[in-house]
Design a binder for this molecule. Structure first.
Ligand SMILES: Cc1ncc(C[n+]2csc(CCOP(=O)(O)OP(=O)(O)O)c2C)c(N)n1
Length: 528
């Protein structure tokens, strides 16, 4: 086809295809119709409909985390993009490469200030590593190729704004983006410096792992280093993707709450960063420092986020721990839990029933407080966390993770409050017949916020404040909601029934939802 005959929309989709992007999570509008039409001409790129933009962006995040390849999104003008921004924020924090294709009004229509007109660049800016508006049809292929390159090099959402007339006008050519270089090993000086730090500081050193350092090989190397030098290892509190479970060394995480994090980090004199940042508390609290690391601790870097932390750990282990092995935890499953569903019995049931090689997406919030220790003995799995704290991430993330790694079972645990931001993800799971089991931890309250009230105010929320944090009246029927979206579901209210439901879910294929009704939350009367 000569470029005179190639429409901007076709050049964009063909360039996505040439750049290795075969999946586009979409929620289109009128300004994207030419792009929708071009799907018929580009069968190599398939669109997956999400019924809210937060599903679209969260799914693209999960897709990248599991496949290592970017997905595209298709979003409608400033308001459509804005709806997707919370999960774009999470994706940016996860360093997930995504190409956002955001349609906008035709160029001559923009000046008329039609109802959907917004400053799309301003909406995109804080949630993107790169933003560009295509100026002319001839630029469509090149700009799309740039977006694909930059999303992968800077590891985040790249946003390409496409005026509708550019999409429907001839005069474009697809472009083949250049191959992306593999991430480099840190230079020898960084590895030697880390070796010296560890030789000199031994148990007072902490290797803090994040990003790609948490793959199976990275944590195995870190554990060997720890065994040889006495250094401690830990992961960041939340991680984009971490290899966990039996057969892998246990890597504790820096605790979420500031006080616990300070205790965890007490005595650390040397912090060595491996694709991570020095810990920062999630929130500031009256009278508390925001950084839990001891004030006199030195911080140095083995691998930056742009480098290959896993390979760096392997190189470091060769220097410090040749021939050193580490005992690996075997599968250790808890007893069958009994009684009401609470954080402890939920953790026991989930760990017991986690299928081998599952992908576990976590947004259980307070329901998940007991998980880390118990899941260490479960079948080996990959864990994907909520990275930017913007809740409503897990159901979309699980959706994209399932599409990004066909054949692997996805287990997703979400607080009931969190699930309701993006519950429509269930419909996409049903339509695509994705092998995802969703567990809704139905405690019928924003429990974490009640705890935070206690922390900050010294007492639990009173009778007028509590309703702002309570989901109890009316009680939400998650199993009914799931069925309405085409997902089979069950509701359980005892630990035994939860254990059975998870067992059954592990044996079936396709989307399924378990509403786990938790025992009512109890808060102490004063700050503990
Ligand atoms: C996008 C967004 N909106 C609001 C919040 C504030 N927030 C944090 S946790 C939370 C409640 C979570 O409730 P749930 O998922 O039921 O978990 P629980 O606290 O009960 O364990 C809210 C509203 C947030 N973090 N992100």
């Amino acid at each position: 086809m000569r470029s005179a005959e190639v429409k901007g929309a076709e050049a964009i989709l063909e360039t996505l295809h040439r750049g290795g992007i075969d999946t586009i999570f979409a929620n289109p509008g009128t300004s994207e119709i030419a792009l929708v039409r071009a799907l018929d001409e580009t069968p190599a790129v398939r669109a997956v409909l999400g019924l809210f933009e937060g599903v679209v962006t969260g799914a693209a995040d999960g897709y990248f985390r599991m496949s290592g390849r970017p997905a595209a999104t298709l979003l409608h003008t400033g308001p459509g993009l804005a709806n997707g921004c919370a999960n774009l924020h999470n994706a940016r924090r996860a360093r997930s490469a995504i190409v956002n294709v955001v349609g906008d009004h035709a160029r001559d229509h923009l000046a008329l200030d039609a109802p959907l007109t917004t400053d799309v660049e301003a909406v995109a800016g804080p949630f993107s590593v790169w933003v560009r508006r295509i100026a002319e049809p001839a630029d469509a292929g090149r700009d799309t190729a740039d977006a694909i390159t930059v999303a992968q090099e800077r590891r985040g959402p790249a946003t390409l704004i496409v005026p509708a007339d550019i999409a429907w006008t001839d005069g474009s050519d697809p472009v083949t983006p250049p191959a992306i270089a593999a991430r480099a090993l840190p230079d020898d000086a960084a590895i030697e410096n880390a070796a010296n730090v560890l030789r000199n500081s031994g148990p007072r050193a902490l290797l803090l792992l994040g990003g790609g350092a948490l793959d199976g090989q990275g944590i195995a190397a870190a554990a060997r280093i720890a065994a040889a030098t006495g250094a401690r290892i830990a992961s960041e509190t939340f991680n984009a993707r971490a290899a966990r479970g039996a057969g892998r060394p246990f890597v504790p995480r820096v605790p979420y709450f500031g006080e616990a994090a300070e205790q965890f980090l007490a005595g650390v004199a040397q912090l060595l960063l491996v694709e991570s940042r020095a810990p920062v508390n999630f929130f500031g609290y009256p009278g508390r420092r925001g950084q839990p690391l001891p004030l006199d601790a030195a911080v140095s870097t083995l691998a930056t986020h742009a480098e290959d932390g896993s390979a760096a750990l392997i190189a470091l282990a060769e220097r410090l721990a040749p021939g050193v092995g580490t005992p690996l935890p075997s599968i250790t499953l808890p007893e069958r839990p009994q009684g009401p569903i609470n954080a402890a019995s939920f953790a026991a049931a989930l760990a017991r029933r986690l299928p081998e090689n599952a992908i576990y997406c976590d947004e259980a919030i307070t329901a998940g407080l007991e998980l880390p220790g118990v899941m260490a003995g479960a079948e080996p799995h990959d864990e994907l966390d909520l990275m930017g704290g913007a809740i409503g991430g897990a159901l979309p993330l699980a959706t994209g993770a399932a599409l990004g790694s066909p054949g692997r079972k996805v287990i997703c645990a979400s607080g009931d409050g969190s699930a309701l931001y993006t519950i429509q993800a269930l419909w996409t799971q049903a339509r695509e017949n994705l092998d995802v089991t969703t567990i809704i931890c139905a405690n019928r309250v924003y429990a974490i916020l009640a705890y935070e009230h206690l922390q900050i105010e010294g007492r639990p929320p009173g009778p007028r404040a509590l309703p702002v944090l309570s989901l109890a009246r009316p009680a939400i029927g998650f199993a009914d909601l799931a069925r309405g979206f085409g997902v089979e579901a069950t509701s359980v209210a005892s630990a035994e029934a939860l254990d059975d439901a998870l067992d059954a879910a592990g044996r079936r294929r396709g989307p399924f939802l378990i509403e786990a009704v938790f025992e009512p939350m109890t808060l102490p009367a004063t700050r503990p």
